[in-house]
Ligand binder design. Structure first.
Ligand SMILES: C[S@@+](CC[C@H](N)C(=O)[O-])C[C@H]1O[C@@H](n2cnc3c(N)ncnc32)[C@H](O)[C@@H]1O
Length: 482
């Protein structure tokens, strides 16, 4: 029996969702912040439950061969959960997590999990930076004049708080994003621009969002503000333009996003084009995609191609198949596969993303893909039962051969999985950003008449705990050739 305050020595063999080490003491799972997979550590238990315990690290008695010094001085920002593990160690732990989850939660005995596909250069891979802005608080002087208490800080929230850790350089962000942050920091200091203070619900600048299209070099800056405009805003545009140009990119779009609410939601509903174009253009292989301020777009374009190529391989298209692209976002997977399919129908719940998806089809001259707005778990059963006014959509849904599922972290609604099984597709390609919900859904699909064939993890987010997986399930029993 373990109790609070007790010390014990354990070997760390897993990492938790916040990057803490996990080891076992007589079957009890012990969470250890600051420990990494492979470490032998002494810990002091701080809270003991029936099956698990929390602890604090007392000493690292035998460091893991993969333990390294923290990636950067801004450690504490909470972004890099695996900042103390080298890249090889990160890949090993992610692959293990996918295998473990598929066995334990998916009920699969010895699932075939291919080696994880990592990056050659796991730095500056993010095409979207999202920095909170602070000046450490504001004060209101006589006459209602609002003033900052400190210097502008642009970076990340400290773990479990809304305190902004200023970040001069983040190795995960593009050079354009860091240049934009630097320009905004200088502008705010020179022009005494206030930052949002959530205690008083006052202050102008809330977030800086920078989207970088690596394929074309185009950059969009979104300034989330609590107001209608930015005093001397033209000067800021010029400073951003110069800084981003010096970083080797081209500022093509500046958007003001209005968010006046006390909310943890980063963006408000209203976007006002402030300078340049309302969208930027990205190039992926021979496809072009318009990127708008609000729609979801994969954040790691290098690994996005790896992911989509794996999905294409698993889809096994010959040109005759009807493909469903469920949870399709701006249609990128469906459009990537469209030239090798008969027809593609995508379903997505965010209206703007559906508009982008249909526009992306037009931009690329793709005529055999349509995108429908709605909740996939409601829209698919309905199209299956009643059809719709568009013949191509009805035919594609009712005679679909392949379904791509790419849900958010929560995974798929059971009704959607039942509808996919009712369509009777031969192949299901499941793209997942959470191995636990993937495993849960794989279990449901095996109960609905599909067999798990194999999975390939793809590292979309080096240095963080997140892991992406592409998985193939088949209706055909053991007769697949990939
Ligand atoms: C992980 S993203 C995948 C997007 C796209 N497949 C891609 O590769 O860029 C998940 C998408 O599912 C959408 N979504 C969330 N819940 C949904 C639902 N119930 N029905 C349809 N789409 C949904 C989100 O808006 C988001 O665009």
């Amino acid at each position: 029996m373990f109790e609070k305050g007790q010390r014990c020595q354990i070997r760390i063999d897993d990492m938790g969702s916040e990057g803490q080490g996990i080891g076992r003491a007589d079957g009890l799972a012990v969470f250890v912040p600051g420990a990494v997979a492979g470490d032998l550590v002494t810990v002091e238990l701080t809270k003991v439950k029936k099956r698990y315990a929390f602890s604090k690290l007392v000493s690292v008695d035998e460091p893991s061969p993969h333990r390294i010094e923290p990636l950067c001085g801004a450690a504490g920002c909470g972004g890099c959960g695996l900042a103390l593990l080298d890249y090889e160690g990160q890949l090993a732990i992610k692959e293990k997590q996918v295998r473990d989850k598929l066995s334990r939660l998916g009920g699969l005995e010895d699932p075939l999990v291919r080696p994880i596909v990592g990056m050659d250069e796991p730095f500056r891979y993010r095409n979207k930076a999202q920095f909170p802005v602070s000046t450490g608080g504001i004060i209101t002087r006589k006459g209602g004049v609002v003033e900052n208490l400190g210097e502008p800080a642009i970076g990340f929230y400290k773990v479990k708080s809304h305190e902004v850790v200023d970040c001069g350089d983040c190795m995960l962000q593009s050079a354009a994003a860091m240049a934009a942050a630097d320009a905004l920091r200088r502008f705010m200091a020179e022009d005494n621009i206030t930052a949002w203070d959530e205690r008083w619900e006052k202050g102008l600048m809330r977030h800086l969002i920078v989207k970088t299209a690596f394929g074309t070099g185009e950059v969009m800056v979104v300034l989330v503000i609590n107001g209608k405009g930015i005093p001397n805003g033209q000067k800021l545009v010029e400073m951003l333009d110069e800084a981003i140009y010096e970083a080797g990119y081209s500022l093509e779009s500046v958007i003001l996003n209005i968010n006046k609410k006390k909310t943890s939601q980063i963006m408000g509903e209203e976007c006002i084009p402030f300078a340049g174009k309302p969208t930027i253009l990205e190039q992926v292989g021979d496809l072009s995609f318009e990127i708008s301020p609000m729609s979801f777009y994969q954040v790691n374009p290098v690994q996005m191609r790896v992911l989509y190529d794996q999905a294409r391989k698993y889809a096994g298209l010959t040109g005759k198949e009807n493909v469903l692209d469920l949870y399709c976002g701006v249609g990128s997977i469906g459009l990537y596969l469209a030239r090798e399919a008969a027809n593609v129908v995508g379903i997505e719940s965010v209206k703007n993303a559906v508009l982008d998806a249909n526009r992306n089809a037009v931009i690329n001259g793709i005529v055999n893909a349509r995108f429908v707005c709605g909740r996939a778990e409601e829209e698919l059963p309905q199209l299956l039962e009643d059809g719709g006014s568009d013949e191509m959509i009805t035919d594609c849904v009712q005679n679909a051969d392949v379904a791509i599922l790419d849900p958010p972290r929560a995974g798929c609604d059971r009704r959607l999985l039942e509808a996919v099984a009712a369509v009777g597709v031969q192949r299901i390609v499941y793209v997942s950003c959470d191995p636990a919900t993937l495993a849960r859904d794989v279990k449901v699909l095996t109960e609905l008449g599909y067999e798990f064939v194999e999975a390939t993890p793809v590292d979309m987010f080096p240095w963080t705990v997140a892991v992406e997986t592409v998985c193939l399930l088949s209706k055909l029993k053991s007769t697949n050739t990939i």
